[in-house]
Design a protein around this ligand. Structure first.
Ligand code: FNR
Length: 393
């Protein structure tokens, strides 16, 4: 069995272990001496470096193009999901459970997509979700994503598992940023230092991910023997083994460690909402980690209505996992989300065109949302409500 680290990537050296294991088995069965095949030396990982605007490709096209542009292991790490990938597929399919009920002949106007989220004015109600290791997608890594997200007029959440120092990401663009924390194992002082560094660097909120306390698991990543490239270290944490046993004490610890609004990410059932509100959280992020953690949990869009009801309008609800179209955003907002967060399409944009590629992805999604809103007869975000939707028959 390969040892896996927190990110669900086969630990360094695991490929070598596999090769040696195979040789040992062959030796056993043939009753012959093992063959001394030299092991391949690890090449430094080289991500694409092209910077360009992307043609008006849909997010589905981008996934196909990114599969060509990236090494198979890196692409699998980004694209694939846990176990049977039911949740991964369901994240996309479940939008079809709702049909739209347009308001025709209502004197449609050009829609205003501008949004406000925890005090930040955004060009649209779509932000960049936290993702680790942008260096796998592009040479500019998180700096490219930060610039592209800012070019699009929206907000980036930076992961603890970034390949770039959080101070350097902050310096790369003046756009608003939040910091997503994975607590360090057995190192409260180190975790606290990381949270305070984020505040000092200008991050305006902390996002605590509650659904990733065990390693992720993608069969494809395992099959490809993908190892995390040594030339792409997790420079902020120095480790990819994070705290696995999480509890409400950790929520209190984060609140005590840094004076910033706290968003809890990974809500997929309503039962924790009441307790979260008692901790004075500033927001909740409905998410199943893009189908990368517990296969079998519902699609984020299916879970959203219950969580919105439980939160009683007390805090903004952000939803991620499966957003690929403007109409997806419209449906999530109609079900009560204040904003949605975008994951893999941002990394595909980054892989194919650096910061300009990220901006192109947002440009496409914004045009789709504007089009959907204007046809549906919704002039602004405040006009989006539940009566725009009907359950599909
Ligand atoms: C993630 N996600 C994630 N979430 C988080 O809180 N911290 C992290 O470091 C990461 N890392 C990460 C890496 C990669 C490559 C992906 C694709 C995702 C989960 C992410 O925030 C989000 O929940 C999903 O990506 C949303 O789903 P879509 O938009 O990718 O379908």
């Amino acid at each position: 069995m390969k040892r896996r680290d927190f990110l669900g990537v086969a630990a360094l050296g695991a490929t070598a272990g596999l090769v040696l294991g195979a040789q040992a088995r062959a030796a056993d069965s043939n009753n012959a001496a093992p063959i001394a095949t030299p092991l391949p030396t690890a090449q430094p990982y080289k991500a694409p470096g092209t910077v360009r605007e992307l043609p008006a490709a849909t997010m589905v096209d981008l996934e196909r193009e990114a599969a060509q542009a990236l090494a198979p292991g890196a692409f699998a790490f980004i694209a694939r999901g846990a176990e049977k990938e039911w949740t991964l597929r369901e994240n996309l399919r479940a939008f079809d459970d709702y049909t739209l009920k347009p308001r025709y002949l209502a004197g449609q106007k050009a829609p205003d997509l501008s949004a406000t989220l925890l005090g930040h004015k955004l060009s649209m109600p779509v932000i960049t979700t936290p993702m680790g290791a942008h260096g796998l997608a592009h040479a500019s890594a998180e700096a490219g994503t930060a610039r592209g997200t800012h070019m699009a007029g929206t907000l980036m959440t930076v992961s603890t598992a970034a390949n770039t120092r959080i101070e350097d990401i902050a310096a790369a663009s003046p756009g608003p940023k939040w910091f997503q924390i994975y607590l360090l194992e057995n190192d409260q002082a180190g975790s606290k230092k990381l949270l305070q560094r984020a505040k000092a660097a200008g991050y305006s909120a902390i996002v605590f991910t509650i659904d990733a306390f065990a390693p992720g698991a993608s069969d494809a990543v395992e099959r490809l023997g993908f190892t995390f490239p040594p030339n792409l270290p997790l420079v902020n944490s120095g480790t990819s083994t994070f705290k696995r046993s999480l509890s409400w004490d950790d929520v209190a610890f984060i609140k005590d460690s840094v004076d910033l609004p706290l968003i809890l990410k990974g809500f997929i059932t309503p039962d924790l909402v009441e307790r979260a509100l008692q901790y004075n959280v500033a927001g909740l992020q409905v998410s199943n980690h893009g189908g990368r953690q517990l296969d079998g949990v519902p699609a984020a869009i299916s879970a959203l209505p219950g969580i919105v009801t439980a939160a009683q309008g007390k805090v903004p609800i952000i939803m991620d996992s499966g957003i690929r179209r403007g109409s997806d955003v419209l449906k999530a907002l109609a079900l009560g989300a204040s904003a949605v967060a975008l994951g893999r399409p941002v990394l595909y944009g980054l892989a194919l065109g650096g910061d300009q590629g990220v901006a192109s992805v947002y440009g496409r999604l914004k045009r789709e949302l504007a089009r959907a809103m204007s046809i549906a007869g919704v002039p602004s975000l405040k006009d989006i409500s539940g009566d725009l939707l009907k359950p599909a028959a």
